[in-house]
Design a protein around this ligand. Structure first.
Ligand code: ASP
Length: 308
């Protein structure tokens, strides 16, 4: 029986300077460590990669520190609108949702789109009708409010500013999109990404996180990927699929392919990704000041980090 597994997680890339307050650093590292430990135990016990990455993202969605589920950023209108996607490396089955406003665990709804519908991508009202049919409990929008995200939004409320405006001071606001990718002991890969998107986003803007091939991708023949950063650039460059394509068609290693896309294809300061391949190798490159991330393997690697 095979015993090799690898889990990589991220809690967002962005302008996270090494000078952030010690207590903030500690809070994030502790949260990452706890979530990584939880996922590591699941994989160790033989849980599938698919179920593990969903459950790991549920933990992130419950944690107010990260920009997904409970800690989602505020939109231009002062609400919350979440996006998520999941992909199964065994068969390229996938599910995605966008514009989710009242579901606690958008990643689980994406998983249900994959498993319990004939579609792969559902939007807003329709996605929530589907959730209702499946018996999901609905949260009040207030549930997703957090003090920190409210303050971030207040600074730009009423303006057109988002983190996409590089000249604005606001570009440096903490991010926090999350993702998890894994290889399980059965030799299967899976990937997930979940987000509240960009603070002050307008007109039902959708980023890369729910877009298969940009924010999320998994195929047992190559790797599993979850992206984080400026979604528009990840969509234009089809980032997650590009890593897969470089491995498949050019024979690059996971490290070479993922570093090429982050450092050569994307402009500096745009974001990062986490990747695990079919042999259990991992790569966590980013081109921003920092990225909240972690990795655990069956060989005993267990680390969380923001820089390096
Ligand atoms: N990629 C996400 C988006 O554009 C944001 C992030 O990763 O911080 O919605």
């Amino acid at each position: 029986m095979k015993t090799k597994y690898t889990l990589a997680i991220h809690g967002g890339a962005g302008a996270i300077p090494p000078t952030i307050p010690e207590d903030q650093k500690k809070q994030y590292l502790e949260a990452l460590e706890k979530i990584l430990k939880y996922g590591n135990n699941l994989l160790k016990k033989g849980e599938t990669a698919l179920r593990t990455v969903e459950l790991v993202v549920n933990k992130f969605e419950d944690c107010p520190l990260f920009n997904c589920g409970k800690g989602s950023v505020f939109t231009y209108d002062g609400g919350h609108s979440m996006d998520a996607s999941i992909m199964d490396g065994r068969n390229r089955e996938c599910g995605a949702v966008t514009g989710i406003t009242r579901i606690k665990h958008p990643i689980s709804l994406a998983n249900d789109v994959m498993i319990n519908s004939k579609y792969v991508f559902l939007n807003g009202k329709g996605a929530e009708e589907f959730a209702k049919e499946l018996g999901y409990k609905f949260k009040n929008q207030k549930y997703f409010d957090t003090e920190k995200r409210y303050e971030q939004w207040k600074r730009v409320q009423g303006s057109d500013e988002t983190a996409l405006d590089h000249n604005s001071e606001f570009a440096a606001a903490p991010k926090g999109t999350v993702g998890a990718v894994a290889l399980d002991i059965h030799g299967d890969l899976a990937a997930t990404t979940s987000t509240g998107g960009m603070t002050n986003k307008k007109w039902d803007r959708i980023g890369d996180s729910p877009i298969i091939g940009a924010g999320t991708f998994a195929d047992n023949s190559s790797c599993a990927i979850s992206s984080t950063g400026e979604g528009e650039e990840f969509i234009k460059n089809v980032v997650a699929f590009d890593v897969h394509a470089l491995i498949m068609y050019k024979g690059l290693s996971l490290k070479e392919a993922s570093e090429h896309v982050i450092n050569k294809v994307l402009k500096k300061g745009i974001g990062g990704l986490i990747a695990v391949d079919k042999d259990g190798n991992y790569s966590l490159p980013y081109n921003t000041l920092g990225m909240y991330r972690g990795v655990a393997t069956s060989k005993g690697v267990f680390k969380v980090n923001i820089w390096e």
